[in-house]
Write a protein that binds this ligand. Sequence first.
Ligand code: F2R
Ligand code: MG
Ligand code: MG
Length: 302
Amino acid sequence: MKSKFVGCLVGSAVGDALGSIFEGFWVSDWGFDGYSGRWTDDTHMMIGVAESLISCGAFDGSHMAQTFIKNYEEEPWRGYASGPPQVFRLIKRGLAWSEASKRLFGGLGSYGNGAAMRVAPVGLLHYDNEEKLRSVAYAQSQITHAHELGMEGAAIQAYAVALAVKADSSSRLDPYDFLGKIKDFTRSEVYRQKIEKCLELLNEANKRKVSRELGNGVEAYNSVPAAIYSFSRNVDSFRDAVTYAISLGGDTDTIGAMTGAISGAYHGVEKIPEEWKNRLEKIDYIEKLAEELWNLKNKKGE
Ligand code: F2R
Ligand code: MG
Ligand code: MG
């Protein structure tokens, strides 16, 4: 289990770093020659979620928001989209952490994938308590992503991590069963339809058709399903799952990060290719956070 916790966070960072080579480009004739192990906002914010959960021993919205702000101010060049920095400015001006994100996008709130890309530590900490997982996934989303589809995307991604961490990787996971459980978990018709599409497309060879039907964009509903699908059709190999995810194009660092989190949680850190781990930025710190989450989980026994 500890290896699965570490595999989840390291896998997420590896997927982000690999995918960042291609974010926003069409991926055709390609390879990972440009891999430097440098990750982006996806991992930076995932680290913030883990740091805050560990420091407080549980979710604390005000503390997590301040952790995001501190990390962003130290390294604002990590490739953040426009939404989170706007929220951070509003909070610094005095707005409550639970209110600021409601001001974005004309009062609708963001449905970007930023809450889902960072949620893996919540899936680990609450893997055995579905309702707690859902409520903490929503609450951590609310700091920056107030739109229902942004929050639901984060809850689904956290749940996929939870299923993967609980699954016994020595007996092959059934992708139909995995997707069926996610379909039952979601409360949103938008996501339910996307997960049904994942089931229909499990044996589809045409990647352009997969990208078109599932989506590969920055919206949570156009990237969380793509990540869950990429893992589901490549359950036997971390390398294949993350490579496939990135080959779908679009928001490649984020789809790579979310796929890497699920696949790493399933296989454990040993199954992540050495050449990807060797160059990963701050891998020791990411591993330490995963181990501390593991300790917290065992201490709380929640
Ligand atoms: N942003 C990027 N990459 C491109 C920019 C890189 C940077 N400029 C550089 O070159 O270094 N990647 C990262 O952002 C994504 C996560 O975004 P997040 O945190 O969800 O941000 P935001 O701004 O809330 O939403 C992103 C976009 O989604 C659309 N959107 C969201 N809610 C909307 C709504 N209610 N109505 C209309 N549109 C909405 C907007 O286009 C937002 O800009 C990840 O890919 C991460 O890697
Ligand atoms: Mg990014
Ligand atoms: Mg991205």
